[in-house]
Each structure stands twice: as structure tokens, then as C-alpha cells.
Design a protein around this ligand. Structure first.
Ligand code: ATP
Length: 373
């Protein structure tokens, strides 16, 4: 049985429908994430799981128990859910130890003190319980907030943009630390963020949200390498879509030549095992295009972005189409220079062409002819 289950959830503010038919499940000890652009409804879902927003229709189940539906609402304090917010929300007049122990008032003092010490150890703040929040850095305050949320051993932890107030470097470090802490304590958690690096660093599985719906619920690897639709392909990572034609269920042809796929190519027109040269668009990620001086296939450097270890090149093909290529930064080429490239694509992601199909078919044919020549 899943630990958390959302079934066909509909949430609304008055007439404004915020979340539509949203379903997901999360097993005990797993970390899930709702990732999406601002305003897509992530926080509203989190607040609904916590019991702060009513459900229009659908269900929220915790360990099989129905806690939210149109007819039933278990109050937040009876859900055993911990929360961590963006702004830490620590009590400024209480010490760190008192903050962490806030939800442990029912415990005997000795037991309470031991639990506080245990949590200070877990979050790497051993011996710092006597300090006040204003004496701690932002990262430390967020670790205190995490310790406070974990102290009563919640059945589920909800984290709402927990790293947004921190600078980039600290955000990255803390997100890895938080994952380690959640895993070490076996905590089931749902994180909400608009930052994919954070989502990738923390979560086991991620739901990409757009306009109140989950577009794809999957592992970080699959979201990047096997995006289910254009929105996910666009939102996760970088890449471009180039016109191509389907040759058969393992091959497509495009300007850069024929791509062989180890997984069956789906003809997005719906032919099944297509052999009709249907027009599609192929997703090419920066790591699919390899810079290779020995290659006869050339492209012109149109833009470059230095990133320390790598350079992200925007390369122009002979048709004028552009692709991205991530190249170790000691391969430093000038804008306008022609450089050798080769493809390294082991599974081909195709989408139905957006524009007029006939025009596209013509364009794909031209491209294929050019590729054959
Ligand atoms: P962000 O990343 O910016 O926090 P989000 O994806 O978490 O965005 P929500 O905060 O869930 O999005 O908001 C979704 C929509 O619901 C927004 O259009 C927002 O304006 C609206 N909304 C949120 N809270 C309320 C409220 N209490 N009353 C009315 N509308 C609300």
C-alpha cells in the first residue's frame, strides 16, 4: 500500500480551478517532488495534503486512511505531518533546543532533551542548542527547521521551497544534506520547488506540474532522457527539437544523418511501427552532440557560454537550424569557427510536429535528401 496517495484531486479557490485530476502515489521512505513553474499549483497541493486546503473532489490518503475528500476532512493536527517552509519560521525568542523541542512537550524532560540532542547531531549542529535563531546562518536555521519538523517523528514531511532563501552554493550543499538526513531517518517526504537542480538533488521521483496537472511522474533520469511530452522536454534540462522523418521503429532520419535508437521509436502520428516517413521532431540534448575534431560533419559556432569545466556551444547547421553541445572547456573555439561534431543518441525522443504537417513533411523530405547526398 502506498504511504501517500492522491486520487483525482480537484482543488479550487472560488471559481478558479487550481488543480485538476491530480493523482500520485509515494511509498514509505521515498522522497517525491512537485516541480513546476510559479503559479502551477504546487503549494496548493502541499497545503491540501497537510489539511489546510479543502478538496473539491478526489481523495488524499495517508497509509490507506482517507484524510481528505469532499465529505471528509481530518484536521491538520491529526495527520502527523511535519512541514518545512522557505522562511524557516523559527520562534525568535526560543533557543535552538527549545525550537526543536517545541512539538515534544508531551515527553518527559529527560526524554525530550535526549531527542533534541539526537536531532542536533542528525542535522550537524551538535552543542549549538543554547543559541538563538539570530545567531545562526540561513543554512543553519533551515537545518534547525528541519530538525524541529522531524522531532515528533512525523509520518510524512512536507517541504515547501525550503532552499529558496539561500545562496546558490549553500542551496546545492544543503539540498544534498537534506536528502541524506531524510534517507538516514527513513522519512517519507514531498518537496515542492521550481528549481530542477534542487529536485534532482533531493528527490527519488518527480512530478512535473503545469497548469494544475501532473504532466509526468517519473525518475529524474527518465524525465531528462525520456520526457513524455513537449512541456516536460522543454522544462527539464536544455535541448532543441529538430525536424526528422521516421524510417522504421528503430530509426529516424534528420539533417545530421540517421539516428539509431535502442528503444522503439514512437511515430507520434500514431502509425505504430511506422515505415511511412512520418514527420516528427527529434529532441537533441547538449550531451547528444559530441565535439569531435576527426568528424567530417561540421557545424558553425554561433554562441558559447563558458561554464568552468565545460563550454555550452550553440552550433549552427547548414540548414540554419541550431543545436547545443556541451564540450570540455579546454576545447575553446571562436564564434564563427567550423567544428567537427558527431551524434551520440542511444534513445530517440520524438514529438508530433507542431506546425502545418504538409509543410513539415516537405521540409523533412528536403532534409532527408540533403542527408542522403
Ligand atoms: P509558486 O512557485 O509561485 O509558489 P505554486 O506553483 O506553488 O507557485 P500556488 O501557490 O499553489 O502555486 O498557487 C496556484 C494558484 O492559486 C495561483 O494562481 C495563485 O494565485 C492561486 N492561489 C493560491 N492561494 C490562493 C488563495 N488563498 N486564494 C486565491 N487564490 C490563491
Amino acid at each position: 500500500m502506498p504511504h501517500l496517495e492522491l486520487v483525482d484531486l480537484d482543488l479550487a479557490f472560488g471559481e478558479q480551478q487550481i488543480v485538476r485530476k491530480l493523482s500520485m502515489t509515494l511509498d514509505q521512505g521515498r522522497i517525491g517532488c512537485l516541480l513546476g513553474p510559479s503559479g502551477c499549483g504546487k503549494t496548493t497541493v502541499l497545503r491540501c495534503i497537510a489539511g489546510f486546503e479543502p478538496v473539491k473532489s478526489g481523495q488524499v490518503r495517508l497509509d490507506g486512511e482517507l484524510v481528505s475528500s469532499a465529505d471528509r476532512h481530518v484536521p491538520p493536527e491529526r495527520r502527523r505531518i511535519g512541514m518545512v517552509f522557505q522562511d524557516y519560521a523559527l520562534f525568535p525568542h526560543l533557543t535552538i533546543a527549545e525550537n526543536i523541542g517545541f512539538g515534544l512537550r508531551k515527553l518527559e524532560p529527560r526524554e525530550r532533551g535526549a531527542r533534541i540532542d539526537e536531532l542536533l547531531d542528525i542535522v550537524g549542529l551538535t552543542g549549538q542548542g543554547v543559541k538563538y535563531p539570530h545567531e545562526m546562518s540561513g543554512g543553519q536555521q533551515q537545518r534547525v527547521a528541519l530538525a524541529r519538523a522531524l522531532a515528533p517523528r512525523p509520518s510524512l514531511l512536507l517541504l515547501d521551497e525550503p532552499f529558496s532563501n539561500l545562496d546558490v552554493e549553500l542551496r546545492e550543499r544543503l539540498s544534498h544534506e537534506v536528502r541524506d538526513i531524510l534517507k538516514a531517518t527513513g522519512t517519507t517526504a514531498v518537496l515542492v520547488t521550481h528549481d530542477q537542480n534542487e529536485a534532482f538533488a533531493v528527490a527519488d521521483e518527480i512530478g512535473i506540474m503545469h497548469q494544475g496537472r501532473i504532466q509526468q511522474w517519473d525518475s529524474p533520469y527518465n524525465l531528462y532522457h525520456r520526457p513524455g511530452n513537449r512541456f516536460v522536454a522543454d522544462f527539464i534540462g536544455q535541448g532543441v527539437l529538430l525536424p526528422a522523418e521516421v524510417l522504421n521503429d528503430h530509426q529516424v532520419r534528420m539533417e545530421l544523418g540517421t539516428l539509431n535508437s535502442v528503444i522503439p521509436v514512437e511515430c507520434s502520428v500514431g502509425c505504430g511501427a511506422c515505415e511511412h516517413h512520418c514527420p516528427v521532431e527529434v529532441l537533441l540534448r547538449p550531451d547528444d552532440i559530441i565535439h569531435d575534431d576527426a568528424s567530417t560533419m561540421k557545424a558553425k559556432v554561433a554562441k558559447k557560454a563558458f561554464r568552468g569545466a565545460d563550454i555550452l556551444y550553440t552550433l549552427e547547421l547548414s540548414s540554419g537550424a541550431r543545436v547545443l553541445s556541451l564540450v570540455p572547456s579546454h576545447h575553446n573555439h571562436a564564434i564563427g569557427e567550423m567544428i567537427g561534431i558527431r551524434l551520440d543518441v542511444d534513445h530517440v525522443i520524438t514529438f508530433h510536429e507542431n506546425s502545418d504537417q504538409a509543410a513539415h513533411a516537405q521540409r523533412a523530405n528536403q532534409i532527408a535528401q540533403a542527408a542522403r547526398a
